[in-house]
Design a protein around this ligand. Structure first.
Ligand SMILES: NC(=O)C1=CN([C@@H]2O[C@H](COP(=O)(O)OP(=O)(O)OC[C@H]3O[C@@H](n4cnc5c(N)ncnc54)[C@H](OP(=O)(O)O)[C@@H]3O)[C@@H](O)[C@H]2O)C=CC1
Ligand SMILES: CC(C)(CO)C(=O)C(=O)O
Length: 308
């Protein structure tokens, strides 16, 4: 399984590094700035599951010869990423996108055809430090993916077998990837909207008296998903109700980390999508609208160079 990883940022660096550890040939498709750092320092990952420090193969231009492209850009870079990976996909590779949200799948299908595009999600928190180090946060280490037609005897299953399931990376091929991606959006939509609006971790919001606020968002996201044909199970909701009521939790969304680092957010792709889906379902969306507006106003201020 020859893997091309688009982007050696937080998740691309983390999962690409773990794939290398498991013996897969991995090349990172990067832009010149990241290529220079990787050439100088190698790939550096800091994780409770073990650090990675190693030289890696990089390229500035994709070509044929890969089985799978791990697509790990932010949503706002999707168009440029599609152009960058096109030679690899036209050369026979499938695309495993791990972006949060859902609407990128339709964009990728239109670009490459659904038979080349898998669904995918990462339950794994990480960040790229200003020094270029991938910092794994917490102990989530799940990479879940599957062919859109639900087939379990194809290349996705072969990749899961090649990556395996061990601490640091648990790779899983599933027959119901669309349902899993909705689950992830219900979870992420809750932590992203809440932590961006409050500029605080789950525990800080809970300790400030915001448990009902968090649980209300979770229920609303579940209702949006149900209206789109993807009801959450009671076991799923019970698990996340516990997570979102934990006063000790340091958990934040990557969107808050982006915002606090002065980076661009994926506001439209995640929060805007949920606002539109709520509206389509006739569900109230005041809190989602507020979180979306908050992130968009921040993005404008940032783009104009007016951040403090
Ligand atoms: N970080 C997290 O904890 C989680 C993130 N996600 C999702 O995963 C996705 C990726 O997030 P994350 O890893 O944090 O993002 P990062 O910003 O850390 O990494 C994205 C990388 O993609 C690179 N990139 C973008 N376009 C191109 C291109 N055309 N060619 C080459 N490289 C490119 C960027 O390179 P450059 O440096 O040149 O800009 C950047 O290094 C997002 O959708 C996010 O929501 C999901 C779960 C958890
Ligand atoms: C919620 C989390 C950490 C789950 O992996 C995530 O996707 C994000 O913060 O972007």
């Amino acid at each position: 399984m020859r893997m091309l990883v688009l982007g050696a940022g937080a998740l691309g660096g983390y999962f690409g590094g773990r794939a290398l550890e498991r013996g897969l040939p991995v090349t990172f498709l990067v832009r010149p700035g990241r290529a220079a750092v990787l050439a100088r320092d190698g790939l550096r990952v800091r994780s409770g599951f073990g650090d990675i420090d190693r030289p890696v193969d990089t390229t500035l231009a994709a070509g044929p010869g890969f089985d799978v492209v791990l697509l790990s850009c932010k949503a706002y870079d999707l168009d440029s990423a599609i152009a960058s990976i096109r030679p690899a996909v036209e050369g026979g590779a499938c695309v495993l996108p791990i972006l949060n949200g859902l609407s990128h799948i339709a964009t990728l299908n239109a670009a490459f055809g659904a038979e080349r595009v898998w669904g995918g999600l990462a339950k794994c928190a990480a960040t790229l430090t200003p020094e270029g180090v991938v910092q794994h946060l917490g102990d989530w280490h799940w990479l879940t993916f599957g062919e859109q037609d639900g087939r379990m005897d194809g290349r996705a299953a072969a990749l899961a077998a090649a990556l395996g399931q061990a601490p640091g990376l648990v790779a899983e091929a599933v027959p119901d990837i669309q349902r899993r991606m909705w689950q992830k959006l219900v979870h992420l939509g809750t932590v992203a909207a809440a932590s961006v609006l409050m500029r605080a971790s789950v525990g800080e919001i809970v300790r400030a008296g915001g448990t009902d606020f968090l649980l209300g968002l979770l229920e609303r996201n579940a209702a949006i998903a149900a209206a789109q044909g993807h009801p959450m199970t009671e076991a799923f909701l019970a698990n996340y109700r516990k997570l979102f009521a934990d006063p000790a939790s340091a958990y934040t969304a990557s969107m808050l980390r982006d915002l606090e680092a002065g980076g661009r957010t994926e506001a439209d792709h995640i929060l805007g999508f949920l606002c539109a889906a709520a509206r389509q379902a006739g569900l109230p969306a005041e809190v989602h609208d507020l979180a979306h507006l908050h992130a968009r106003a921040y993005d404008q201020r940032r783009a104009a160079g007016r951040l403090p």
